[in-house]
Design a protein around this ligand. Structure first.
Ligand code: ADP
Ligand code: MG
Length: 257
């Protein structure tokens, strides 16, 4: 069992401090929700954890399996078992979903063993079929070009399938709250619920409580002004739905957000 333990994380974006000391423990085997108003730094946290070059870590640590992942390259973080589903996935015309996934799996195998010849095609196909069945996806989806002409829901489907195929131990799902229609919401939720288990820790980043009607979180964290100001159970999200963020702003009046 490994937890992701974030300590006093400070991150600058274009010279401006956005994260001002984030403390958060994401436990493997649990689903945590990260909520907070727009512009508070939720996506910044996700990008900093994956090592995006525009997000400059000025202070703090993030420990996973005995390593401070902030000192690792993005591909090393991925190989360690951390997965980030992008809020705005890019299209790769000419590359099918299946080929993309096979390349990702092979890159990981090759990094572990330079002599690796890649996953045998029959084994890959079998794995992909099993994972697609688990997510109740039509098999024809694997043959489509990644994200090209995909609806919002299909892009989410592709991300969830990626997660199912790569089997991360920590998954960070950053959601476009405004853009997520009910279909996409259901896909993400059902996918997360299907993959939920003792080996997976999930951080669902969301602006609205809505998605949490489908994915029952074990823990809810609230970010305000670049810090986690409140951590609680699923009822905390319901409280937010009813009362908004103002009571928290008042409680933490020193925080500007
Ligand atoms: P959230 O995901 O909670 O809505 P973000 O992490 O996206 O918040 O943004 C936090 C703040 O950082 C915002 O003020 C946003 O304008 C700024 N920011 C984030 N990313 C960038 C970027 N790439 N360039 C400039 N400013 C950014
Ligand atoms: Mg965001």
């Amino acid at each position: 069992m490994s937890d992701l333990t974030i300590k006093n994380l400070h991150v600058n974006v274009e010279g401006k401090e956005i994260l001002k000391g984030v403390d958060l423990v994401l436990t493997q085997g649990e689903v945590h929700a990260l909520m907070g108003p727009n512009g508070t730094g939720k996506s910044t946290l996700a990008y900093a954890l994956m090592g995006h070059p525009n997000y400059e870590v000025t202070e703090g640590e993030a420990w996973f399996k005995g390593q401070n992942i902030l000192e690792l390259e993005p591909d090393e973080r991925s190989r360690l078992g951390i997965f980030l589903a992008f809020q705005y996935p890019v299209a790769i015309p000419g590359v099918s979903v299946a080929n993309f996934l096979r390349s990702a799996i092979n890159a990981r195998r090759k990094a572990e063993n330079p002599d690796d010849k890649g996953i045998p095609i029959p084994e890959f196909r079998k794995m992909l079929r099993e994972r697609m069945d688990l997510l109740r996806m039509d098999h024809s989806f694997a043959g489509r070009y990644l994200n090209e002409g995909f609806s919002g829901g299909e892009k989410k489907r592709a991300e969830i399938l990626q997660m199912a195929a790569l089997r991360p131990e920590i998954a960070i799902l950053d959601e476009t709250d405004s853009g997520l229609d009910i279909d996409a919401l259901r896909i993400v939720s059902e996918g997360v619920n299907a993959l939920r288990g003792p080996d997976l820790g999930v951080l669902v980043i969301t602006h609205y409580q809505r998605i949490l009607n489908y994915i029952k979180p074990d823990v809810v964290h609230i970010m305000l002004g670049g810090r986690i100001v409140e951590t609680g159970g699923a009822d905390l999200a319901l409280h937010l739905e009813e009362h908004g963020y103002d009571w928290l702003r008042e409680k933490h009046e020193t925080v500007s957000a």
